[in-house]
Design a protein around this ligand. Sequence first.
Ligand code: NAP
Length: 248
Amino acid sequence: MNDSGGPLNGKAALLTGGTRGIGHAIARALIVEGVDVCLTGRTAARVERVASELSEIGPGRTVGVACEVSSHDDCRRAVSAAVEAFGRLDYLVNNAGVGIFAPVPEMDPADFRRVIETNVIGVFNMCHTAIPAMRRTGGGSIVNISSLAGTNAFAGGAAYNASKFGLNGFSEALMQDVRYDSIRVSYVMPGSVATEFGGNEPGAGADWKLLPDDVAEAVLDILRFPSRALASRIELRPSQPGSPGRGR
Ligand SMILES: NC(=O)c1ccc[n+]([C@@H]2O[C@H](COP(=O)([O-])OP(=O)(O)OC[C@H]3O[C@@H](n4cnc5c(N)ncnc54)[C@H](OP(=O)(O)O)[C@@H]3O)[C@@H](O)[C@H]2O)c1
């Protein structure tokens, strides 16, 4: 157990896609809170660099593991690395995701597959490999980062909408699969967040979009609820999207 931090102090988390954007903000918030974080991303060099930078913050410890979430073997290795580093696994935050947008007739089938394999199958892979370790720890929380695109379809969004609608259904079923193992499953549905997601320019829309820290705060709020209370879903939208139809 660390000497400082917040009420989550001494817990251990596995976080996918912690190298930038929302995942980076979640990693930082957990570490400041005293949670030990194993973060992942696809590129080993970037994962190592970010883990090394974040380990300067504390009080939570940080390790990094390269992991392509669509690979079940990679996910199993990431879970093993987290448990080896921290001796326990309390939290799994499934944040890694991609957005590729095109009308269905114009969409490259490989892109459609990539979105589903990352945003849905990747979350299954992580849950499937992490839940046994969480059971051994005595329970915990799984938080999936979905999107308002998981309830609101839009033109050009077929792949992304399908993935996030699917992730919502997956999360609700999983919640019922594991609740009596003392594992609480939640999902967060942000509207537009100022990140490089989907090829956005860094900082674009930061005058009206949510910031990654806002989503991190929602995740920590979920984890801070007393264990008898399950905040199963949070919708988080920019207060003032600017003009009707611009963001949600
Ligand atoms: N930005 C938004 O407006 C917004 C709104 C609602 C929901 N979301 C959701 O929030 C989550 C994070 O988005 P973001 O805006 O922070 O995006 P981002 O800046 O593009 O970051 C995505 C993260 O996921 C990792 N990643 C991507 N594909 C991966 C894969 N196949 N395996 C492992 N890691 C992978 C990336 O690392 P590497 O590239 O190093 O692998 C990176 O760390 C996503 O699930 C997204 O759908 C975003």
